[in-house]
Design a protein around this ligand. Structure first.
Ligand code: TMP
Length: 212
């Protein structure tokens, strides 16, 4: 492909419950795409390295308490502070594999009872992913996987509510993958879908904004 440097990278998001396997699959995808000679970076939200990210981290580890609306807006701000860098990377041809994004923001906050439209509002205008890969696992199965690490949301009853909220967010850019399958099978499916998406973006598919 002689035009590789002119073409944009793909914005690919992995979503799913805690312990659904997103993080391991993300690193496998990165090695795969790198091996094929693509420019690719692994991102994750929350990005705990920024000032906002440190407030989020302290909340998640129960070191601080925050109103549900306030923490929702911090998660959103954490994505907004990375938006321009994200757009620049994609524009220069780098594909981003992003572990959690606005869908986590809406699913987790609406699982607490916040209005879903209120939750979506601050996400409007962020970059829309080219593809959302949903690692689908029953909450009970996820909980069995070596247990939870003890962060604020890692409890079965709450994860059940999150799973329900995620169901309300599926749209045309979503692909659900059965995350109860052996890791290698999940990996194989993801590789195929992702490579297809990267190719489509290289061919000139336009970037758009979320929920606008
Ligand atoms: P992590 O375990 O992937 O680092 O995510 C930390 C927790 O934060 C996880 O339980 C999901 C939750 N979360 C939100 O509640 N809102 C968000 O916008 C994001 C990105 C994550």
């Amino acid at each position: 492909n002689g035009h590789k440097s002119d073409s944009r990278g793909a914005l690919i998001v992995l979503e799913g419950l805690d312990r659904s396997g997103k993080t391991s699959q993300s690193s496998r995808l990165i090695s795969y795409l790198e091996g094929l000679g693509h420019s690719v970076e692994s991102w994750r939200f929350p990005d705990r390295n920024t000032g906002v990210g440190q407030m989020i981290s302290s909340y998640l580890t129960n070191k601080s308490q925050l109103d549900d609306h306030a923490i929702h807006l911090l998660f959103s701000a954490n994505r907004w502070e990375k938006r321009s860098l994200m757009e620049a990377k994609l524009g220069s041809g780098t594909t981003l594999i992003v572990d959690r994004y606005s869908f986590s923001g809406v699913a987790f906050s609406s699982a607490k009872g916040l209005d879903i439209e209120w939750c979506k509002a601050p996400e409007r205008g962020l970059l829309a992913p080219d593809m959302v890969l949903y690692l689908d696992i029953p909450p009970e199965k996820a909980a069995e996987r070596g247990g939870y690490g003890g962060e604020r949301y890692e409890q079965l009853e709450f994860q059940r509510k999150v799973a329900h909220s995620y169901q309300l967010l599926h749209d045309a850019s979503w692909k659900s993958i059965d995350a109860t399958l052996p890791m290698e099978d999940v990996e194989k499916q993801l590789k195929e879908i992702v490579l297809d998406c990267v190719t489509t973006c290289q061919k000139g598919k336009a970037l758009s904004n979320l929920w606008s």
